[in-house]
Design a protein. Structure first.
Lengths: 440, 511
């Protein structure tokens, strides 16, 4: 289908140019997916479809718009693009809106990122169903008589994308994606029914954990929440579990994006070269991890991907700057969006760290909350486990942490040895000192 | 507009250069017109979707048995017009066209969708959906009866027929107004969003329902600088509104609110942390109801016994002055629908009647499992999703007290004016929402402004803890409210009178 997508992209560019566009960039996606969920040991939902979409960015008379459609019938598409060009002309002029200088397309790595599973096409309906059944069985078994409800699900997809720009860029990616998940709700005291889930995502099917482990872990995570209660407001060390650490790091990332910097909505705008975290904070954007969920050789604008050290030993080194906001800021573009995020793992496990910390909270989930990219203030609900001297005391709920990123990250004291592989945010569990955890 | 061809529809939707714009007045509340005035026969006219074709596809969807099947056709055009740094320099348009085909067997669902509305592609998607069942084939109804409903968002001028030349000055005027209000304003971003969603639901038991759901909002985001400190805030107005809603007076009010909200943040402090009385101001704080009770009342969660409310039907959950409603019939409000995405007419569903839990929110599957009628709550994000029970506009009825007395009764606590990012854990009932704007309450009086605070509570506990309700009910007039569940976002609305919650956990002071 690769050639078909290329032909369509080519055609879209020709239509746009013929309609008077100075330049344009076209992106076309094709996807086939199957999603199955089980409950009560029978299928609850089966969903399957093939879809396509086309997006075209139009540059005409120093004006810009982006238009997308799923109606790809030749006549409808031609009409859609022609009208798109005409309407773009009516916007206000912005000379900085152009395609990137083609020199930034150069230097694209020619490597196999291992994002396409060659065994995908051999997958049978029975493979899919037995995978999900195994997840459900293990979750039910591990959950035992505490189970109120278990839903298990599995998903696989095959996708292709073509990105083509009229000033000499074309790129193609073909990838597969798989996930297995389970969610369990358990019986607790009174009307409380704690629920927790576990999901693992990978681009190669064999990189997923065994389905038995996916289900059992969902059950274990749910059972760990039984008997949750809040404690008195207290200043404690906290460990943020690897899989949710990205939510806090996201508050930093927002402030590192070119648009927010240019629009004065970044508390990091003037902090380049300065300490923004402890020396334990090194944050790397690595697009070349084999099988990585965010791996790529070019970004959405066609800029060649590079590995970047965003924060090094606490010192802010780089921003996410796309072509347009780079021009507005007068800065070199890097890339407009993160690929895979890595914080180098430490040497000790969460268990070992807990032993040393005395009393603290192991945060396994967040609820509600927000992070203000302009000021760096954040406040968020936490779910987790109170521990003392390495032992879990009881789960906690209805509690909050509130801080400011510029004061919070300097208190990062350790990274654990457990980078999370099933996300493009591949962070280890992170340990912070002296955090006010508010409760009663 | 009635006879607009598909082509001109796309043309005006994508480019908004054709068509004429005529200012129109609102129909008075309580006098909705019939829904099919502007919508009847759209999919047949534009895409050749005849009853016969629907019957064929539904037959395929039921070819392996199944209790019922439905088709959900959708043609949606979504536009954004964006002003940044003084210029309307970015626009986007998205056209979504497709059909979702569902086969239901008990509580099991088979689903396929296609963007290609040809008979061949639809039959293939239907045969995918059919696989959920494994028995002998069923036949759909011989005839489809067009559903007639009231229209809660009558449109006199299609948003897609409003030319860009009319939208540009609106966006520019809001930008200018914001800058004119304070020398501290440094950056303004203005967004005008409009959407026309045309849907056609055809069910195997003979319902055929067609609708045009408009949606729009105008928003401004303001960044201000004072003594080297920066703050940002904003506001939006909208709903199932047409273009004539966006008057100069509305632009003025929107600018004033956006700027005021940004400037007050320079004075804002962190409240103390811990449990304390919380007063919810009128309007958008209804998000609290949405999280604390609304989601827990969605019947799929209760059918599966995974909601904290699943054993509470008929029981007292709140004081007798607390009545909570989920309502699709509020004229022009964001969450209003004429019928749901399964073809069931909408309604006003009382969730809590004078303190007693009275009804869940049902779609067809849960209604059948409970042996009740659907409450018209089966909604979906798009043709790519199957429907599940969802909220519409959720609100609490007004009480008797004056807002001042409610604040006075709180003693010391916080007053919540605007909230964002609500979330709930259905099973525990624990919820959180983020206070983007509020005030301290000290000795029964409003004190210093506060900001950026997360609040947590437990749904059933919170309901029981509503100890005072004021008479100042307001619907939130924002158009941007979107609720996420199961990976699907749908537009929702909120309303609330000032009320006092005896105690919630406030995540205040920074470490």
């Amino acid at each position: 289908m690769k050639q078909e997508l290329y032909d369509l992209a080519d055609k879209a560019i020709k239509i746009a140019k013929a309609a008077g566009a100075d330049d344009c960039r076209v992106s076309i996606n094709g996807e086939r997916f199957v999603e199955i969920s089980y409950r009560d040991r029978r299928p609850e939902g089966i969903k399957e479809a093939t879809s396509r979409g086309l997006q075209v960015e139009i540059f005409v008379n120093k004006r810009y718009s982006v238009q997308a459609t799923s109606d790809l019938r030749p006549q409808a598409l031609k009409s859609f693009i022609e009208k798109a060009v005409a309407s773009t002309r009516l916007l206000e002029e912005d000379p900085l809106r152009t395609l990137p200088d083609p020199k930034y397309y150069q230097g694209r790595q020619n490597i196999d990122l291992k994002q396409f599973d060659p065994n995908y096409k051999k997958l049978t309906p029975e493979d899919r169903h037995s995978f999900v059944r195994a997840i459900e069985d293990s979750c039910l078994a591990k959950g035992g008589d505490k189970v109120i409800s278990v839903t298990a699900s599995g998903y696989d997809s095959y996708s292709e994308q073509v990105l083509m720009a009229s000033n000499g860029f074309d790129g193609y990616v073909e990838y597969t994606a798989f996930y297995g998940a389970a969610e369990m709700t358990a019986r607790d005291e009174g009307d409380r029914r704690p629920a927790e889930y576990n999901v693992a995502i990978a681009m190669i099917r064999k990189d997923l954990p065994r389905p038995e482990d996916i289900g059992a872990e969902a059950a274990a995570r749910t059972l760990s929440l039984l008997g949750a209660r809040k404690i008195k407001t207290e200043t404690l060390p906290i460990i943020i579990e690897n899989r949710v650490a990205g939510q806090v790091a996201g508050g930093l990332l927002q402030a590192m994006v070119g648009r927010n910097i240019q629009q004065k909505q970044s508390f990091l705008a003037d902090k380049k070269g300065q300490k923004t975290g402890s020396e334990k904070l090194t944050l790397v954007d690595d697009p070349f991890i084999p099988g990585g969920l965010g791996s790529r050789t070019f970004d959405g604008e066609g800029l060649a991907a590079k590995k970047m050290v965003m924060i090094e030993g606490g010192v802010l080194r780089e921003f996410y700057v796309d072509w347009y906001y780079g021009r507005k800021l007068g800065w070199e573009p890097t890339t407009g969006s993160p690929s895979n995020l890595v914080i180098p793992p430490g040497k000790r496990s969460v268990k070992e760290i807990m032993k040393d910390l005395g009393r603290g909270i192991f945060v396994t989930g967040f609820i509600g909350g927000n992070s203000n990219s302009t000021t760096g203030d954040f406040s968020i609900g936490i779910i987790g486990q109170l521990f003392e001297k390495g032992e879990i005391v009881h789960p906690v709920s209805e509690m909050n942490i509130a801080d400011n990123h510029l004061k919070f990250w300097p208190r990062l004291v350790e990274a654990a040895n457990d980078p999370y592989p099933y996300s493009q945010v591949r962070l280890p569990s992170l340990v912070f000192d002296s955090v006010v955890v508010s409760g009663i | 507009m009635k006879n607009m061809s598909r082509r001109s529809f796309i043309k005006t939707g994508a480019t908004a250069i054709a068509g004429t714009f005529a200012a129109s007045s609102f129909l008075p509340k309580g006098w909705p017109a019939l829904a099919d005035e502007k919508t009847g026969g759209y999919f047949e006219k534009e895409f050749g979707i005849t009853d016969e074709l629907c019957r064929k596809v539904l037959s395929e969807a039921l070819s392996k048995g199944g209790d019922f099947a439905d088709l959900f056709f959708e043609h949606t055009i979504t536009n954004f017009l964006i002003l940044e740094d003084g210029k309307v320099n970015r626009a986007s348009c998205e056209v979504a066209l497709g059909v979702g085909i569902r086969t239901v067997k008990g509580d099991q669902v088979g689903y396929g969708f296609t963007q290609d509305l040809s008979e061949k592609a639809m039959l293939a998607a239907a045969s995918t959906a059919a696989t959920i069942a494994s028995a002998s084939g069923q036949k759909p109804a011989a005839k489809f009866a067009p559903l007639k409903t009231k229209n809660y968002y009558p449109v006199t001028t299609l948003l897609s027929s409003v030319p860009l030349e009319s939208k540009l000055p609106l966006v520019q005027s809001l930008n200018e107004k914001c800058f004119s209000l304070s020398p501290l304003v440094r950056k303004v971003m203005v967004v005008f969003h409009d959407q026309e969603r045309r849907i056609l639901v055809v069910t195997s038991d003979g319902v055929k329902a067609e609708d045009l759901q408009p949606r729009s909002y105008l928003s401004s985001s303001v960044v201000a600088e004072k003594n080297g400190r920066w703050e940002r805030s904003g506001w939006n107005f909208g709903g199932r509104r047409e273009f004539s809603y966006y008057t100069p007076a509305l632009v003025e009010e929107l600018a004033q609110r956006s700027v005021d909200r940004a400037l007050v943040l320079f004075e804002a402090i962190q409240p103390p942390a811990g449990e304390m009385p919380v007063v919810l101001g009128p309007g958008v704080t209804g998000v609290l109801l949405h999280e604390a009770i609304g989601h827990g009342m969605e019947a799929d969660f209760n059918r599966k016994k995974i909601s904290t409310y699943c054993t509470m039907l008929g029981k007292k959950v709140a004081e007798p002055f607390v009545t909570i409603i989920d309502d699709g019939t509020v004229p022009y409000l964001t969450g209003s629908i004429n019928f749901d995405d399964e073809g069931t007419p909408t309604q006003k569903t009382v969730l809590v009647d004078k303190g007693i839990l009275t009804s869940y929110l049902h779609d067809r599957i849960s209604a059948r499992s409970y042996g009740v009628k659907s409450t018209g709550s089966g909604r979906r994000q798009s043709y790519q999703h199957y429907p599940i029970p969802r909220m519409r506009n959720t609100y609490m009825l007004a009480g008797e007290a004056s807002p001042e007395d409610v604040i006075k009764a709180a003693g010391n606590g916080i007053y919540v004016q605007d909230v964002a990012n609500g979330q709930v854990k259905i099973g525990e009932g624990d919820f959180a929402f983020y206070v983007s704007q509020g005030r301290l309450i000290e000795n029964g009086k409003l004190g210093a402004p506060i900001k950026d605070v997360n609040i947590m509570g437990n749904g059933p506990k919170m309901l029981a803890n509503i100890i005072m309700v004021a008479k100042d009910f307001e619907f939130a007039q924002g158009g941007g409210g979107t609720c996420g569940k199961g990976g699907q976002g749908v537009p929702v609305g909120f309303g609330q009178p000032t009320c006092l919650v005896k105690s919630l956990t406030v995540g205040g002071v920074r470490g």
